[in-house]
Design a protein around this ligand. Sequence first.
Ligand SMILES: C[S@@+](CC[C@H](N)C(=O)[O-])C[C@H]1O[C@@H](n2cnc3c(N)ncnc32)[C@H](O)[C@@H]1O
Length: 511
Amino acid sequence: MSVQIFEAARLEAQKRLDEARPHKERNRLGQFATPPSLARAIMEETARMLPSRSKVRVLDPAFGTGAFYTATLEALGQARLEGVRGVEVDDEVVRVARSLWSHLPLELTHGDFSRLELPHFEAPRADLVVCNPPYVRHHHLSKEDKARLRQEVIDRTGVVLSGLSGFYAYFLLLADAWWAADGLGVWLLPGEYLEVNYGRAVKRYLSTRTTIVRVHRFDPDDCQFDGVLVSSTVLWIRKSPPSARHKVRFTSGNDISAPEHDFRVPQRKLDPDEKWTRHFTQVEVVDDKVPRLGDLFTIRRGMATGANPFFILKRQEALEKGLPSECLTPVLPSPRHLKVDCVEGDADGHPVLDEPLVLVDCRQSPEVVESKWPALWAYFEQGAAQGLPERYLCSRREPWYTQERRDPPPLVCTYMGRSKDGKAFRFIRNRSQALATNAYLMLYPKGLLAVRLQEDPGWIDVVWEHLSQLDAASMLNQGRAYGGGLRKMEPKELRQVPVPWFETQTEKKKG
Ligand SMILES: C[S@@+](CC[C@H](N)C(=O)[O-])C[C@H]1O[C@@H](n2cnc3c(N)ncnc32)[C@H](O)[C@@H]1O
């Protein structure tokens, strides 16, 4: 069977698994499969780092249905694989993966990788560990699990991980014992460990015990995983202490093989107590210690529906048309029609506004819509008669009427405005479950701010107040001016706005 035909079957099986589980349950086990194009790009780069023609023993400790196995076959070819081992905790996923891969060698262990007995000390370890570990935040780990994982990591590596570490950090360190000396490790990780305090122990382990070959960060605006808001990085490490002259490549951009930025930093200069994210940016800003908005928030453009007048309706009107409420997501009105700067939500999460709007958002197939919701089907037929399925954005979606998956942002900033008193942009606090269109930029707390909000969720209002008072000059320095005083702020520009008060506030709170 060709790899392509096999891969189509695997993706179909993955889709069925994903659809059969609620998002919340997938979150619990970090079940977000690597998109095949991403797995392929990672493995193509990985292949270049392996000695040519050498045979490799591969281990994927969070196997899923095997996105990386397919990509490894494509990049290295089956003849170079000495053995492939996978570990997967989920019974159903194991059952599906075993049946999918029955035609090729695979030793798939059904179990929790963190509890697996280590191989005999003389047994060969993996020359290539490749892993997209489950991304489970620390507060979803029980106290007992945390204590067990922490001790296990100490026993195996001597590293003491912070209690705020996500499950992926334990995975990375536990894999050390399965990894051959001089072997290569490839890890798809959320970028937070590079900047937050609790990433220090991980950074210390990486910088002293491994040779960090390359760290690649994707554009934070371009989320690699549908429905998950984490910035993605790929880490390539070798299990050998670094040579004194070794330089780490810090690359960024959306194409791993042609990064937008490519910097080399001597590994001996990497300080685990500093934010490594600074190495992705220009040398000039490396010494700039003032936090920027992009350090506190993932900033993304609001949703592009492809046809606002069709997809966005007054809630009342949508209900009168008989559209099913499960396909109606609250959405903010355009900034021009939004008179308040704080949007409250009702018990159902709809904004408390005179005429709340909804976004028609349906993920069901046309067959299901037609039989289950005739009124919605009639509405989509009207859209089809207007030629919407052929429009650029709609034509790239399957089915054409689905919308991008986004979470409601707690804060938004207007994308465009005219400068009055030097102020062109508004920050709006969103206490409802409404999404926002691309007339706004959406701000999702990350890094230190996200940690801070876990302890004190109300603090988002303090941050909002500061943002509302942001010095006009620093905002306008970043935004772009157009004729007639019109200003636009792109996500990249908003990320650069300095927020010096953030550190002061954090220090005050600590004190
Ligand atoms: C992020 S997904 C990656 C799956 C696959 N390798 C890919 O790249 O598409 C993480 C996988 O790890 C599995 N998993 C979660 N906890 C695990 C554990 N403790 N031990 C082994 N597998 C685990 C999940 O069920 C899920 O299939």
